[in-house]
Design a protein around this ligand. Sequence first.
Ligand code: MG
Length: 376
Amino acid sequence: MRIKSVQSHVAGEVRNFFFVVVETDEGITGIGEGGITWRESAMAGFVEAVTPSLLGQDPMRTEHLWQVMYRCGFFPPGRIGTAAISAIDIALWDIKAKKLGVPLYELLGGLVRDRVVCYPHIVGDSAGKLAEAAQAKVADGWRFVRFNLPERGELLDRRTAVRDGVEHVTAVREAVGDEIELIIDAHTRLDPVDAITLCRELEPLRPYFVEDPIRCENPGSLARLDGKIGVPIAMGEQYASKWEFREAIENEWIDYARIDLCNVGGFTEAMKVAHWCETHSIYVAPHNPLGPVSTAACLHLDLAISNFGVQEVARVPGQVLPDLFPKQVPFADGHLTPPTGPGLGITFNAAALAKYPPVEGDCPRLERPDGSFTNW
Ligand SMILES: [Mg+2]
């Protein structure tokens, strides 16, 4: 079996989704997804650059082809490059499992669990609305809820955000009781000095974890939180390789690794990071704000690793791009369950691409009160 073509596709539905289809000369095709939203043309450019190195190659050689894609340009590819590599790598694993006639999780170690607990996103511009949104999710069967450290309109004042955040978490905890797990995503909006205040004030409210309390560029800054806070910390959705996870894992600065299969380098890299986390008793909680391929890929990983924590599901399978992916992975009552059929267990209908033209957009912009830029 040889790789015959590698094609990028962008589909729009509220936001854009970036997919890569790899075709083989045996008629088996694989699909993958890349995770740097609003930078689809950059990912497509990287895919185009590495395609000549893939054509005619054996798609079963996933480790070898990952090394070629990552290293063939001499300069490390960076996160746009690893997002593109992720999409291709996921497609190659899809092909490999289809060729062998097994669900993909069988190649990662087989089932270690029967179902995967998930968390949804909730939004609300006041503590009361957020609490109502949380109660609605609990009524639908979810056991977790996740929400952001709040901004006010397009303003994010760091001190105000900490106070508002504590108020919001307090209201949600009162609304859903002690059995429901709460995840607070600071979304890299704080620096260590305010992150410490937030985390300490949240301790009595027992969050499952506080996510991305600080920016990712200097993992060593996590050392400033170490020993000063009593809540679990999750980071990693912006880490673009095992090397970017290295400091946080080896120093045990994080409790949950937010591996993004569509950014870190696909299954080939995610499995290495997940197993490395196991040696440090760090749970894996895969990042998944993306589309049906990402959700399926996360599910296969979650089913096959023992140190799984919880799975983000921002878009319930079947409710996003339904005509483009007529078959998506099984989901009910806040849980994903093992897909059936070989490969990822989803189907891609390229003929429906015309129904989902790319949309214009970019990430929201937040400002500090003095007009300076701050992270969304
Ligand atoms: Mg996040």
